[in-house]
Design a protein around this ligand. Structure first.
Ligand code: FPP
Length: 236
């Protein structure tokens, strides 16, 4: 793996539409999406990608029906307690980004248990964004910065884009490649701070059908991009 693809992020969209297209219930789409995530996490590790961030549940997803929200929360618990076992055994460290409030106690416990059981893993990091919003993350970071400035733990002159990033939910490198499955072309309040120079790959494939081959195509797209980070192309 070339050095410049360190952090890949995925907006796992299209679970519901995939299920409907197969004559199944929306919730079956989430279940199948979980299997896809497990496969992709192992595949990304095999490719040498050190950080994988995924959007599992946004702060706005609470607007969905109570039945769907509860199903998703039960599914997440099942994954954290059982299904991600292979992911853990493969040396992947699981961390979470998002707000704790509004999450059920049993969800918080399952999150804590997978954090504990993978905390010493050091092959790569799977960052699961749960009850997450990108603007909310920036607001929460600003509040922590305000407190540290007030208490003298941080000086105004020390604040720059790197130090600001340390106040985000997790200390992660910038996102190099964002993949959004499921046809839509928007960012949906996902990791806005970390995404400033990300290459963006939109796929028409619904997430449950997004397999290793599709992932490889996204990676190939990344390596074909000419990344300039605001600089000009060097023609020499
Ligand atoms: C978006 O599809 C997907 C979600 C809101 C949930 C993503 C969750 C999983 C893949 C389950 C497993 C996750 C983990 C972390 C183990 P959608 O419901 O918005 O689909 P639609 O746009 O077709 O309605």
């Amino acid at each position: 793996m070339k050095k410049d693809l360190l952090h890949v992020a995925i907006i796992m969209d299209g679970n519901g539409r995939w299920a409907t297209s197969q004559g199944l219930k929306r919730t079956d789409g989430h279940k199948e999406g979980g299997k896809t995530l497990e496969k992709l996490a192992l595949h990304a590790k095999k490719l040498g990608i050190k950080y994988l961030s995924v959007y599992a549940f946004s702060t706005d997803n609470f607007k969905r029906s109570e039945e769907e929200v509860n199903y998703l929360m039960d599914l997440l618990i099942y994954y954290f307690n059982h299904k991600l076992k292979k992911v853990c055994e493969e040396g992947i460290k699981v961390v979470f980004s998002g707000r704790k409030e509004n999450l059920r106690k049993d969800v918080l416990e399952a999150m804590q248990s997978i954090i504990e059981s993978t905390k010493n893993n050091n092959e790569c990091v799977l960052n699961i964004c749960l009850n997450y919003g990108g603007q909310e993350e920036i607001v929460d970071a600003s509040l922590k910065i305000y407190e540290d400035l007030k208490q003298g733990k941080l000086k105004k002159e020390e604040l720059n884009r790197e130090t600001f990033a340390k106040y985000l939910y997790q200390d992660l490198p910038p996102i190099d490649l964002l993949i959004r499955t499921g046809k839509e072309k928007r960012l949906s309040n996902f990791m806005l701070y970390q995404m400033s120079y990300a290459e963006i790959f939109f796929s028409d494939i619904y997430f449950p059908a997004f397999d290793e081959k599709a992932f490889d195509e996204a990676i190939a797209f990344f390596y074909n991009r000419d990344r300039r980070f605001g600089n000009v192309k060097n023609n020499n």
